[in-house]
Write a protein that binds this ligand. Structure first.
Ligand code: DUC
Ligand code: ZN
Ligand code: ZN
Ligand code: ZN
Length: 461
């Protein structure tokens, strides 16, 4: 089966040109001057539209057990919503529960996801217990295509690792050429602030934000960077939210250290003011790290331009307002942490192009090309180029849409961006050559998405 995507503006991280894209089976056969090929079983007219590599969301949590409940998107619903929004690859997190080995954890996550995803998927591994066995099992995880390990400096008693444990895992990462991903917030100090707030009767959602100040993200980020320097481990800071942490990352990168960072759309567009909305409304915006004051947003956009922030992922971790967020109605510390977002990352970042914050090419780079290279998918994903998987989005830059829970496809009962007007809209999406979104309808299927055994990062030296 051959599909010709005609007359669109093909945008890669490296540049743009009006071109035709010929898809043969699951891969891109050629990118040519317009009109060179005419014969194909299917023709998609992309004139006036962008033809971009499918988005890669390198940070999602589908059906993740957390805070006494489980995130509300399954691998089926979450990857379908991703497809709607032009994301054709997710990298989710297998979560080691204490007392469970890494390999058993990986099996469990394959059980949840295999045969259920609408688009391709990979896994990172969350290490919650650093012991000899976990350290030993990092190698077989890597061999199974899971070569990035997330650790937590937050959530004492749950996912938290001590500096000593982090040091040991980093040594192992350095030995094996794998990557440590860090949730960098000083959880020990934060827990004291949380206890003090609750003791003083401050139970509203906004206190989630006020008890997790950006200084304690900055401090933890700098500490993670120091541990990475000592051990020689590559380090990727997840969901960086504020200028304090950004400064630490920029300083490390300026010395040539192998340190990278991602931010998320919620830190670019939402703020602590959302968490301070009247009543319990603010619970919709409770995630960790928390939303910051608005003045951080300009710094984050600058970081995206300077490449001190090289990826934008969503940290998609949806919990329904009703029944799930409500668990914390009388105590903000019981609100499940996380926000939905997998469906709107490409659209939200496109607003940065419209506003002149980033170029069109940079949009593609931070949402697809760099995550592909960062997480071992180079050659397969992240570029509209001959030989790559035909994960392609035809994006209409002029279309208008309004984000709403009434029309989104994520399995969650609210949108963090309710009512936001967006310029640009996904028109057609191909996942490995199969049209999964077209004409305002989903044409894909559960189980089309394949597990991606990832190579080591292209960024490691
Ligand atoms: N932060 C969240 O908000 N949710 C899931 C895990 C995390 O680190
Ligand atoms: Zn995290
Ligand atoms: Zn996360
Ligand atoms: Zn629900």
């Amino acid at each position: 089966m051959r599909t010709l995507i005609r007359d669109g503006t093909v945008v890669n991280a490296t540049g743009r040109a009006v071109a035709d894209v010929l898809v043969d089976g699951e891969t891109i056969a050629a990118v040519t001057a317009p009109g060179l090929f005419t014969e194909a079983e299917k023709v998609i007219d992309a004139s006036g539209k962008y033809v971009i590599p499918g988005g890669i969301d390198a940070h999602t949590h589908m059906e993740m057990p957390f805070g006494g409940t489980s995130s509300s998107d399954t691998f089926a619903t979450g990857t379908t919503a991703a497809a709607w929004g032009g994301t054709t690859t997710i990298i989710d997190f297998a979560v080691q529960a204490k007392g469970t080995s890494l390999l058993t954890t990986l099996d469990k996550w394959h059980e949840k996801a295999d045969g259920r995803c609408a688009v391709d998927y990979g896994f990172h591994m969350i290490i919650s217990e650093v012991d000899d066995n976990s350290l030993k099992e990092m190698r077989p995880c890597i061999d199974a295509g899971v070569n990035s390990f997330k650790m937590f400096m937050a959530y004492p008693g749950v996912f938290y690792s001590t500096d000593g444990e982090i040091l040991r895992a980093m040594q192992r990462a350095a030995e094996t050429g794998s990557m440590i991903m860090m949730h960098a917030e000083n959880g020990i100090a934060i827990d004291q602030l949380v206890a003090q707030a609750l003791a003083a009767g401050r139970t509203d959602p906004v206190h989630h934000g006020l008890t997790r100040p950006p200084e304690l993200e900055g401090e933890a980020t700098a500490r993670a960077i120091a541990l990475a320097k000592v051990t020689g481990a590559p380090l990727y800071i997840v969901h960086l939210s504020a200028r304090h942490a950004l400064a630490a990352v920029a300083e490390a990168r300026n010395t040539g250290q192998n340190v990278f960072a991602e931010t998320c759309p919620q830190y670019l567009y939402l703020s602590i003011e959302d968490m301070a909305k009247p009543g319990f409304e603010g619970a919709k915006y409770v995630a960790s790290p928390p939303l910051r004051s608005k003045d951080h947003q300009a710094d984050l956009w600058r970081g995206l331009r300077t490449n001190d922030l090289s990826v934008v992922s969503t940290d998609h971790c949806p919990f329904c307002f009703k029944d799930q967020k409500e668990l914390g109605r009388d105590d903000f510390s019981k609100i499940p942490n996380g926000m939905p977002g997998v469906e709107h990352r490409m659209d939200l970042l496109h607003q940065g192009v419209v506003a002149g914050e980033i170029s069109l090419e940079r949009w593609v780079e931070i949402s697809s090309t760099t995550p592909a290279r960062m997480f071992g998918l180079h050659g397969r994903k992240g570029a509209v180029t001959a030989g790559a998987d035909a994960d392609i989005v035809v994006y209409d830059p002029a279309a208008k849409q309004t984000i709403s829970a009434l029309t989104h496809h994520m399995n969650v009962d609210y949108s963090a961006y309710e009512g936001m007007e967006i310029t640009g809209k996904v028109d057609t999406v191909l996942s490995r050559g199969t049209v999964v979104i077209a004409d305002g309808a989903f044409h894909g299927r559960e189980g089309h998405g394949k597990f991606l055994k990832r190579d080591l990062s292209s960024y490691l030296i």
